[in-house]
Write a protein that binds this ligand. Structure first.
Ligand code: 5RP
Length: 262
C-alpha cells in the first residue's frame, strides 16, 4: 500500500484502531434535517469529541471552516431525494478532481444491495475505487437501505458488507443488528463502522448497541441523529467517545453522559 493511502487510513482510525465519525451528510437527500439546519453551528461543540466529519462538498465549502483540524470524509454519491421515486437511484456526484481539490482523507458512497439499482450503485462504487486508488484515497462504502432502515437482518447486512469490500472499499459503514452482528463483521475483510439510524428512544439504548457492536468487532461508529438530535449532544458525544476509545460499558457511558449533562 502506498504511503498516501496508509497516511489517510491512519488519520481515519485512531492509534487504538477505533473511530468516531460524525456524519452531517443527511441533507443530500433529506434537505434541512432537524438539528442540521445550520450544520456549521451544529458541529462546533461536537468536533472535539469526534475523529472525522462525513459531509458533502456543498456543506463543507459553505459551513465548515477550512482550518478544521479533523479529517474529512466526503460524501460523493447522491442524485435522489425523499420526495422522489427511489432513494437507491444514486450516481457519483463529485469528480476525482474535486475530491483532490478538497484535500479530503476519504470518500463515502452508498450501495443499495437487493434494490432495483443494485448493479448501478455497485458499479458506482467500483468506478470510485478505480479513480481513488490512483491517488491513494480510501473509499468508505455505505450499505444503504433507503426507507427500510432497521428492517435488515445480519444475512442481508453481511451480504452487502462483503460485496462492498470485494469491490474495493477500504472501510464499510453498515447498520448494527441485534442478532448475529458478529457474523456481519467476521464476513467482511475490511473494518466495519456502525451507522446510527433514526433517533433511539433513550440514550442508554444507543450506548448499548454501540457497545455490543464494538464487542462484536466493529471498529467504531458513524453516528449522526442520535448525537446532534439529542437535547444534550455534547454529553452524548462524550459518552460515545468513552465507549469507542476508552472501553466504557453502557453503564459507565451513561454516567459520563449524566456528568456532562450537568
Ligand atoms: C445518511 C448517511 C449517514 O451518514 C448515516 O446514516 C449515519 O447517520 P445516522 O446515525 O443519523 O443514521 O449515510 O445517508
Amino acid at each position: 500500500m502506498d504511503w498516501g493511502m496508509k497516511n489517510r487510513l491512519s488519520k481515519l482510525m485512531g492509534a487504538d484502531g477505533h473511530c468516531f465519525y460524525l456524519p452531517i451528510d443527511h441533507g443530500y437527500f433529506q434537505g434541512p434535517t432537524a438539528s442540521l439546519e445550520k450544520p456549521g453551528e451544529t458541529i462546533k461543540p461536537l468536533l472535539p469529541y469526534c475523529d472525522a466529519l462525513f459531509v458533502t462538498r456543498g456543506v463543507l465549502r459553505s459551513a465548515v471552516d477550512s482550518n478544521i483540524n479533523k479529517p474529512i470524509i466526503l460524501r460523493v454519491s447522491g442524485g435522489t431525494s425523499m420526495a422522489g421515486k427511489d432513494l437507491a437511484n444514486e450516481g457519483i456526484t463529485t469528480s476525482i478532481r474535486e475530491i483532490i481539490r478538497l484535500n479530503v482523507c476519504a470518500v463515502g458512497i452508498s450501495i443499495f444491495v437487493g434494490s432495483d439499482y443494485e448493479h448501478q450503485t455497485l458499479m458506482n462504487l467500483s468506478q470510485l475505487v478505480n479513480d481513488c486508488e490512483d491517488y491513494g484515497i480510501p473509499v468508505m462504502a455505505v450499505t444503504a437501505v433507503g426507507k427500510e432502515v432497521g428492517q435488515k437482518d445480519a444475512r442481508y447486512l453481511a451480504l452487502s458488507c462483503r460485496i462492498a469490500a470485494e469491490l474495493g472499499a477500504k472501510v464499510v459503514k453498515t447498520y448494527w443488528c441485534e442478532k448475529d452482528f458478529d457474523k456481519v463483521v467476521e464476513g467482511c475483510p475490511v473494518p466495519v463502522v456502525m451507522a446510527g439510524g433514526p433517533k433511539c428512544e433513550t440514550e442508554l439504548e444507543v450506548f448499548e448497541f454501540v457497545y455490543d457492536g464494538m464487542q462484536k468487532g466493529a471498529i467504531g461508529i458513524n453516528l449522526g441523529r442520535n448525537v446532534w438530535q439529542n437535547p444534550h449532544p455534547v454529553a452524548v458525544a462524550k459518552a460515545l467517545r468513552a465507549i469507542v476509545h476508552e472501553k466504557a460499558t453502557p453503564k459507565q457511558a451513561y454516567q459520563v453522559f449524566n456528568e456532562a449533562k450537568k
